[in-house]
Design a protein around this ligand. Sequence first.
Ligand SMILES: Cc1cc2nc3c(=O)[nH]c(=O)nc-3n(C[C@H](O)[C@H](O)[C@H](O)COP(=O)(O)OP(=O)(O)OC[C@H]3O[C@@H](n4cnc5c(N)ncnc54)[C@H](O)[C@@H]3O)c2cc1C
Length: 433
Amino acid sequence: MKEQKIVVIGAGVAGINFATKLVDNGYPGELITIIDKGNDPFNRQPEEVMTGMLGSGGWSDGKLTYHTAIGGVLSKYCGEDKAMELMDQVINNFRRFHPKPEEIFCSDPQAEPDFIKPYFGLRLFPVWHIGSNYLHEIAKTWYSYLVDKGVKFEWETEVDKIEFANNKLHYNRMWHFEPQSEWINYDELIFAVGKSGIDFGKRLADDYQLPTEPKSVQIGVRFEAPQKYFQKLIDISYDFKLYQKFNNVSLRSFCTNNNAAYVAVEKTYGDISYNGHAKKGEEFRNDMTNFGILMEIKGIENPFEWSREVVSKLQFRNIGLYYSPSRTPSQTSEGENVNVVQISNLNQFKEVMGEYADYIINFIDQMNKVFEFGNDWGMYIPEVKYLSPEPLVDYKNLALTDYPNVHFVGDALSARGITVSGAQGIYVAESFL
Ligand SMILES: Cc1cc2nc3c(=O)[nH]c(=O)nc-3n(C[C@H](O)[C@H](O)[C@H](O)COP(=O)(O)OP(=O)(O)OC[C@H]3O[C@@H](n4cnc5c(N)ncnc54)[C@H](O)[C@@H]3O)c2cc1C
């Protein structure tokens, strides 16, 4: 094992699993520096959802999906068997630092219920439930382990420039009492910035003209209805994934929230889109269900620009749209109105989305046949997943094809969830070992 100075940008799920694999196998922690623009686990605040120790995984729902078809790309690089083995390692890491590992459980629905046939498929896959209320404790114990092993952390420190050719990067430390801006060198660089670093990743891809792999468009709406209509499916699979497949379009329900389910507003590139989250605690219960209905559309040239244009046209005075045959928009968990403009028909939606609007409308019509919610539903338009441009990497070690000592991992590469992000980190660490 060659010992070199390794810098990791991002103390998220991918970066932390990477470092853990190395020090577990005797790599000197002193040679590893992890830089993160967020806070350590003792100082991270609840509103810091995307940054700090364990990244967005640290403040997430703590659901570790356990299937190679879910949560982003893994088996493409290493094959199915290796992918499952890497995912086991990630789950074991969460178990190892868990204060009550015996409370981790796996839900594993086995059969598609007859009532959804013939309209939908139900994607069945195991999920390990870590318990979101334990994630902070896990983050603290995990952090202490790495610090004990000598790993150096730089918190509240944002990397804003990288010179790949000179093996150096620039950061700004945001401590008020000690503002600092510095260049440092590395032998190996792990780029693990997650979704909160999407703009930085894109800027690097543009500046260095990194070759990228084509990505599909992921766009749709956030559907909402009273939970009672969906209960029979929720009883089988809490975070159910209904899907339909056509030639170049596939649709799926995405990120289902129940019991205390709220619609969340996202602002990206100046436009509003929608997402959802579930709150814990009886006081938040509203007996609603919401989920995305997302289309993956293949074959669109410049999918990123196409999505941005569609999203910007699905706004009224810079606010997204809400359509329902009978309901009004819901309130947020803070008791405020969701920032949305109610529309009385779907003309604008159909005009902007063209034929793709019909796929969504059909999906809802067919759900209505199965779940019989009548007019008692609404949708927030649009929901979008801007997939970061996926740089072309060497499948052996996830290194950029032009810069073999720069490795991309996690959501910054092609992951979309905790297990796959962590597994990619471990995969790169194994290539070093
Ligand atoms: C609210 C929420 C709930 C979720 N729930 C689940 C779930 O239940 N199950 C699941 O599988 N997935 C879930 N996800 C997604 C999951 O959290 C991510 O896929 C996963 O954390 C990605 O890991 P990562 O290491 O690539 O990035 P992250 O975990 O996001 O970590 C990236 C880190 O990089 C740091 N960073 C970014 N840019 C810079 C920079 N320029 N300089 C220094 N540091 C930087 C950030 O501060 C952050 O700490 C959820 C996401 C959110 C937001």
